[in-house]
Design a protein around this ligand. Structure first.
Ligand code: AMP
Ligand code: MG
Length: 336
């Protein structure tokens, strides 16, 4: 009888202990945001060990700042600024990170038939999107002249020497279409190394969803309505994948009732006028999703969806505005 009692007491104590431990480990969500790379970067971590979070979050911000010093055109001593200063002169040695981004840019440029082109830097300037956001319409002569300094064929990447050479003076590369996505990937890599299994990293609409959301399901990512602010056009369920969104309502100016957005068609030298107003792309990594979302603007809905359908593990929605109607074009897997 006493033995039996002892058994029950031990059993009860073990249950209490399990309850206590699992109570302590109840996951909590921690969200932090910082202004980096000219955009709000936010990190949401779901964890059972919140006490370790400040240290992890500090590591993330340190990494983001390190990468900003490589990719930012607003920092005079950044690697990208140095590359641009040497245009038409010398090959420049590049870091592993820069090489990774340049190679992906080259690949996306190739598969999009040049719709994606990081050499659009001089065009960003003459249209007034950089360095300030003071849109202006250049003359056709200005565009014609500047087009001589634009073109992915004028970028010479030497993979074995790890150098880049911009062949013509005045050339400028601009990684605004994919560097944010790359930074997101690098932050996710750190989270994984730190043993985090559930998190969301968002750099101005370039998102990676790691594991499950706080509710225990896939993360739900809303695609904003491009014209009705605050409305959601579509909700994606995302897990262990990236989703990036580009919109013509993010950085644009209007003249004579026409909207000029910051995504430039490298073939014409004009802001893209493909009727595309918003694009969301899902891919295994955020750099690819980011670059493709920008490229789809230039390619247009038909060619864009055709290309996305050929890419493995890539899905997307291209939104066009046609005679005031908003039309959604989806890749095969997203057609409902
Ligand atoms: P996103 O916000 O990711 O769509 O990227 C837009 C940014 O990409 C612009 O602000 C430019 O820095 C850059 N960009 C514009 N047009 C192109 C293009 N055709 N190919 C590559 N990058 C571009
Ligand atoms: Mg992009």
């Amino acid at each position: 009888m006493r033995k039996k009692n002892l058994f029950y007491i031990t059993y009860f104590l073990i249950c209490l202990l399990v309850l206590f431990v699992s109570g302590c480990k109840k996951p909590v969500a921690i969200k932090e945001t910082r202004l980096l790379m000219g955009t709000a970067v936010s990190v949401e971590i779901i964890t059972g060990a919140p006490e370790t979070q400040p240290e992890i979050v500090e590591k993330l911000w340190a990494e983001a700042e390190r990468l900003e010093k490589i990719f930012s055109l607003y920092i005079t001593e950044s690697e990208i600024s140095r590359i641009n200063r040497e245009a038409g002169r010398h090959p420049v040695s590049v870091s592993r990170e820069m090489m990774e981004v340049l190679q992906r840019a080259e690949e996306i440029g190739r598969i999009t038939g040049g719709a994606f082109d990081i050499s659009i830097g001089p065009l960003m300037r003459i249209w007034g999107f950089f360095p300030e956001r003071e849109g202006r319409i250049p003359t056709s002569l200005e565009i014609e002249k500047i087009m001589a300094q634009v073109g992915w064929r004028l970028i010479e990447l030497d993979r074995s020497a790890e150098t880049i050479l911009l062949l013509k003076p005045g050339m400028e590369i601009d990684l605004g279409a994919l560097a944010k996505g790359y930074v997101v990937d690098k932050l996710v890599k750190i989270l994984r190394q730190e043993g985090i299994r559930r998190a969301l990293v968002n750099a101005g609409g370039d998102i990676f969803c790691l594991g499950d959301s706080p509710g225990g399901q896939d993360w739900k990512i809303g695609m904003e309505h491009p014209r009705d602010e605050g409305d959601i056009l579509k909700v994606f369920k995302v897990k262990n994948r990236a989703i990036a969104t580009s919109g013509d309502y993010r950085n644009y100016f209007i003249r004579s009732n026409l909207r000029y957005s910051h995504i430039i068609d490298p073939h014409t030298g004009f802001p893209s006028n493909s009727k595309v107003v918003e694009v969301s792309v899902m891919a295994p990594d955020c750099m690819t999703a980011d670059a493709l979302a920008t490229a789809m603007f230039v390619m247009g809905a038909e060619k864009g969806i055709e290309l996305l359908n050929t890419l493995e593990e890539v899905e997307g929605i291209i939104v066009t505005e046609e005679e005031d109607k908003i039309i959604l074009h989806c890749t095969d897997q997203l057609i409902e």
